[in-house]
Design a protein around this ligand. Structure first.
Ligand SMILES: *[C@@H]1O[C@H](CO)[C@@H](O)[C@H](O)[C@H]1NC(C)=O
Ligand SMILES: *[C@@H]1O[C@H](CO)[C@@H](O)[C@H](O)[C@H]1NC(C)=O
Length: 584
């Protein structure tokens, strides 16, 4: 399916029926502002002559024209800060921080370094040995030491030596840091295909928690674009990037796509980057990471995974870290790469080396690093680069903590919590979801179609809400939260409070409501209703009509009003500390 054909069918029907979507919540804030101007004018106690009245009305009209004009030009020039007129309908998603989307990049300047890097990659890859990806061999205890050692035979001493020499060739050929190429601090997220659905939540969460960093959302190429979404997120200080504009994407493995992460870091216009996976939710503003001692000292922050290394024992020898093969790494803990903080200026050499490991990852380095028992891909290539260069880097000391699925503590992990470096007691800064992906489409789609060209068009799209055999069906249908309680001890304080733990589910549903109901690119009428009923019934969210700003009237005689997708409304958070947990 091509981009542009992927609009939701129900959206089309609404439009065909002559239904006109109300102004977006954003535009309604514009009107609030205009109304403010009007009210202030009316409240002035002067008796008005007819002339003054006309003059006043003229001013109001002029203000409106200006506001409409500002709104029109907002996608290119950034936004005028919108003031929630009354506080009732304040919504972080309307960009009150006036975050500018990163400028359209000068691709020519940003890719000037690439031929040199490509040359070094070729020099370090001549007749490079290959290893097949190991079969998936998960077992609860993990592979035995005998299995580890048996694997080492896949590489002969001659091949190991050849790989070591090529590695050294590449290190010698690393081009210098390209000055005046990258600029500023920002967030990089890799989306595309199904991952774009997850990114709708993760990007929303970033703004919900108050991050003001500009964001680049990367995809492989045009095929992976969702109609109009890129234009929509510009209003929130985010911009889409296509890797195919920067390099020949046929060079990277289409199936796994693990090599794309490092390439996004490389080509991003930002110099200092927080990379975040599309299925990873920031629980604290990522900009805080740049202020940590860890980052200031090394210019890099990595996080551990759960498992120990299960690498082929030639690895240290190959990276010239040891004159012989050894098992040293097997006692060390691996990394995950759902979040990476990187200063390209200070760590360009390590980024180059990580690029090398990923470029030859699917055919060699991923298998040198991982048994494919618990992960295989880019995850450990970043730390390996620092190990090879014997350069200091920071891995967060606190191990990841677990978030379990409701009623499945200890058996079904729903996500991993990664901690803020140096926080004591450890305070989670990322919630990297694993088995269950937090996207409104996965959770509550009702009658949705598959939308990506990679989906089998003949297959129905079945959400958890529609699948009675899924674990989550019962929870979603009974207004039950999905995460097992007990994660509060890791949670940062809810912004604006001292000690109320942030509830990640509340934040994620706020972002998912936006996707299901308000985003022009993603919304879907029936799904929106399912989502809204669930978040009202489960968490105590409520709605007020946006056409009555400041009044905050609850519709329906005190009963919760659940507006349909087309009804202009503000989403009101559950009362702090009184989150409703429905017990069976
Ligand atoms: C790894 O740890 C085990 C158990 O503590 C120990 O017996 C072994 O010598 C260690 N190996 C290395 C290479 O440090
Ligand atoms: C869940 O909450 C919604 C909204 O309050 C309500 O309409 C629905 O009946 C509730 N479902 C159950 C099973 O209680």
């Amino acid at each position: 399916m091509k981009a542009g054909e992927d609009a939701e069918p129900f959206l089309g029907r609404w439009q065909a029926a002559g239904f006109v979507q109300h102004s977006t919540a954003f535009a309604s804030h514009r009107l609030d502002q205009a109304k403010d101007v009007y009210l202030r004018w009316r409240q002035s106690k002067y008796a008005l002559t007819r002339k003054q009245l006309l003059l006043g009305l003229g001013t109001v009209f002029f203000a409106l024209v200006l506001l409409v004009a500002a709104n029109r030009s907002s996608s290119t020039s950034g936004l005028v800060a919108s003031s929630a007129a009354n506080g009732v309908c304040s919504n972080a998603r309307q960009n009150p921080h006036n975050i500018k989307a990163p400028l359209r990049p000068d691709v020519q300047r940003l890719t000037a370094f690439w031929p040199g890097v490509k040359h070094a990659l070729d020099v370090g890859g001549r007749d490079i040995p290959k290893l097949d990806k190991p079969d998936y061999t998960y077992s609860p205890q993990g592979p035995t030491i005998w299995e580890f050692r048996a694997r080492t035979d896949q590489l002969t001493p001659e091949q190991a030596l050849k790989t070591r020499e090529l590695h050294a060739d590449f290190v010698r050929a690393i081009p210098p840091y390209p000055k005046k190429t990258f600029k500023g601090k920002g967030i990089v997220m890799l989306a595309g295909g199904r991952y774009s659905e997850y990114a709708v939540t993760a990007l929303g969460v970033l703004r919900e928690i108050g991050s003001t960093l500009p964001v680049e959302v990367w995809r492989r190429d045009q095929r992976e674009e969702k109609h109009d979404w890129c234009r929509e997120i510009e209003k929130e200080g985010m911009a889409c990037r296509r890797l195919s504009d920067y390099m020949d994407t046929d060079l990277v493995d289409v199936k796994g796509g693990y090599e794309m992460k490092v390439l996004c870091l490389l080509f991003s216009s930002f110099e200092e980057i927080v990379f975040i996976d599309a299925d990873n939710m920031a629980l604290q503003r990522p900009e805080l990471l740049f202020d940590t001692k860890a980052y200031k000292e090394t210019g890099v922050i990595l996080w551990h995974d759960y498992w120990k290394y299960d690498n082929i024992d030639w690895l240290d020898y190959i990276i010239s870290n040891s004159p012989t093969r050894n098992e040293n790494l097997w006692n060390e803990t691996t990394h995950e790469s759902g979040e990476i903080v990187w200063d390209k200026r200070r760590n360009w050499d390590a980024l180059m080396l990580a690029t090398y490991y990923n470029y030859y990852g699917p055919t060699l380095y991923y298998t040198l690093l991982n048994f494919n028992y618990a992960g295989w891909g880019d995850k450990d290539t970043f730390a390996l680069a620092f190990r090879a260069l014997q350069k200091p880097y920071h891995t967060v000391i606190a191990p990841p903590a677990d978030a379990w699925e409701r009623d499945k503590a200890g058996t079904r992990r729903i996500g991993m919590l990664q901690m803020m470096p140096g926080s004591q007691p450890p305070s989670a800064t990322f919630f990297h979801v694993t088995t269950v992906k937090w996207s409104f489409r996965e959770f509550v789609c009702e009658g949705c179609l598959p939308i990506w060209h990679t989906d089998q068009l003949g297959d129905a799209f079945v959400s958890y809400w529609e699948d009675p055999t899924s674990d989550l069906w019962e929870f979603l249908h009974n207004n039950l939260t999905l995460i097992e309680p007990g994660i509060d001890k890791w949670m940062p304080a809810l912004p604006g409070t001292d000690d109320v733990p942030l509830d990640p589910e509340v934040v994620m549903w706020r972002a998912m409501e936006y996707g299901a109901c308000r985003s022009k690119a993603w919304r879907h009428a029936r799904t929106c209703m399912v989502a809204r009923r669930y978040l009202v019934g489960t968490f105590g969210f409520s709605f007020v009509r946006a056409s009555k700003p400041g009044v905050g009237v609850m519709e329906g005689n005190g009963e919760a009003w659940v507006p349909g997708m087309g009804e202009e409304s503000c989403l009101i958070d559950p009362p702090i500390g009184r989150r409703r947990v429905v017990v069976r």
